[in-house]
Design a protein around this ligand. Structure first.
Ligand code: GLN
Length: 461
């Protein structure tokens, strides 16, 4: 990516990004723009360069910020009416780290409200269009971030991935998407969805850019006790796979998976073989339960995390209030989208006495079995290969009336999330209609850079 220096002005980089964002306004990748502040920051950076001062590794690089990251400029809406007018009092750690390196946020990217969804159609502000076909979804929930990178408005964008929200839109728009090992990047200052699987990552055009961004935002943060010590330290060239063995997951290559998606995944396996990797077919039967596990654990955590939006502490409050009950119920009825409410209802149901053991506890036990199955596979393989999603981008409106159909879209992305594993989405091809198709590489904990190294080796091949 282009970084400001003596010959390249930060102001020009930012202006070009803002102009492109305007040109592609009808894709609706952004909820709000940060124009005045971004240009002011760019001028400051140019002045520093002029004086020969230190400006950081991402000096003047414009980026898009998923609108669930808190940052004081403008409002942080999480694409929900509940936070439509919410000015964040703090800056998310990941954003602060990028800004310390000179990166400049030009706008806040669209998402499914509270990151609940896989298409960006659940946004209170309306859907984002796919970068390759305006009648199709951007994917989600980080749809705006993916499209902003795919349309070359910005060289990178931040997203969050709880069950696929970086990987699936990356695949639908032909860009890289990195969902790191759980705990790699601080969650401080990001609107919580499901705390035990929320991860912060990025979109970029190639493995080197993704690695650079991740190496900056990764690391221990005293404000998030689940963060790991910084392990994102290698040069990408040195993050080699040690076994040179990849497992192709057969469980996700069966009926119900689009033929072009299967073909693209097989082609990628062949390219791995040509690059010197041994690729073997492997089955992990427990994977068929991962979606069920996710749609119990995740709503349970959602119900708990969203209980703070009570109309009293912050965010929207209903106008027609006659008693305390009204404050809660009317505010939450008006502030949440239907999908948010569905998850709150499911979550409270699986946590309620009488059902807790049958659903929530069972799901947590099954989650442990899933983790064990992965661990066993990684004794043999550096990484597992599978599609990101059963099909390329679907039509806007195609799945909106059937939540279960929408949830089934997540079948391949939720398993690594439930196990806290790193997983990346790599652009791998296009179908006849020109829609991008990505493949997914999943590795053991902290092998994030190895996955990017493998992808980098295959770039352009
Ligand atoms: N599509 C998944 C869901 O709806 C993933 C969302 C996410 O990762 N934030 O839950």
């Amino acid at each position: 990516m282009k970084i400001a220096d003596k010959n390249t002005k930060a102001v020009d980089l930012v202006r070009a990004a803002l102009e492109k964002a305007k040109e592609y306004e009808d894709y609706h990748a952004f909820i709000s723009m940060n124009e005045a502040h971004a240009l002011e920051r760019a001028r400051e950076i140019d002045a520093k360069i002029e004086k020969g001062e230190e400006v950081g590794r991402l000096a003047g690089v414009p980026f898009a910020l998923k609108d669930n990251y808190l940052s004081p400029e403008g409002n942080t809406t999480a694409a929900a009416k509940m936070l439509e007018d919410f000015p964040a009092p703090i800056t998310a750690t990941a954003v602060k780290k990028l800004e310390d390196e000179g990166a400049i946020m030009i706008g806040r990217a669209n998402l499914d409200a509270y990151a609940h969804g896989g298409s960006t159609e659940n946004s209170y502000f309306g859907p984002t269009s796919n970068a390759y076909d305006k009648t199709r979804v951007a994917g989600g929930s980080s749809g705006g971030s993916a499209v902003a990178v795919a349309l070359d408005i910005v060289p990178f964008a931040l997203g969050s991935d709880t069950g696929g929200s970086i990987r699936q839109p990356a695949s639908f728009n032909g860009v890289y998407g990195v969902k790191p090992t759980y705990g790699t990047v601080s969650r401080y200052g990001v609107v919580a969805m499901a705390s035990s699987t929320d991860t912060m990552g990025c979109f970029a055009k190639d493995a080197a850019d993704a690695n650079l961004v991740m190496s900056i935002i990764a690391g221990k943060d005293e404000k998030d006790s689940t963060t790991l010590d910084d392990f994102w330290t290698k040069d990408l060239a040195d993050a080699k796979a040690s076994k040179k063995k990849i497992g192709l997951i057969t469980d996700f290559m069966g009926d119900g998976v689009d033929a072009d998606v299967k073909k693209t995944t097989e082609d990628y396996a062949n390219k791995l073989k040509k690059a010197g990797y041994k690729v073997e077919e492997v089955s992990l039967p427990i994977l068929k339960y991962a979606l069920a596990i996710y749609y119990i654990v995740q709503p349970a955590e959602v119900a708990s995390n969203l209980s703070r939006y009570d109309g009293i502490r912050y965010g929207h409050r209903a106008k027609e209030i006659h008693n305390l009950g009204d404050i809660y119920s009317k505010t939450r009825d008006e502030g949440f989208m239907p999908e948010n409410k569905r998850r709150i209802l499911i979550g409270n149901f699986v946590l309620s006495s009488g059902f807790f053991d049958a659903y929530y506890l069972k799901a947590q036990k099954a989650r442990t079995l899933l983790i064990n199955a992965y661990n066993e596979a990684f004794e043999k393989y550096d990484a597992l290969l599978c599609p990101v999603s059963p099909s390329p981008a679907f039509k806007i409106g195609e799945n909106t009336s059937d939540p279960l159909k929408m949830y089934l879209e997540d079948v391949m992305t939720v398993p690594p999330s439930m196990a806290g594993l790193p997983a990346i989405s790599v652009p791998a091809g296009k179908n006849k209609a020109g829609l991008p198709i990505g493949v997914q590489l999943v590795g053991p904990r902290k092998s994030d850079q190895v996955l990017l190294h493998i992808a980098a080796e295959l770039e352009g091949k």
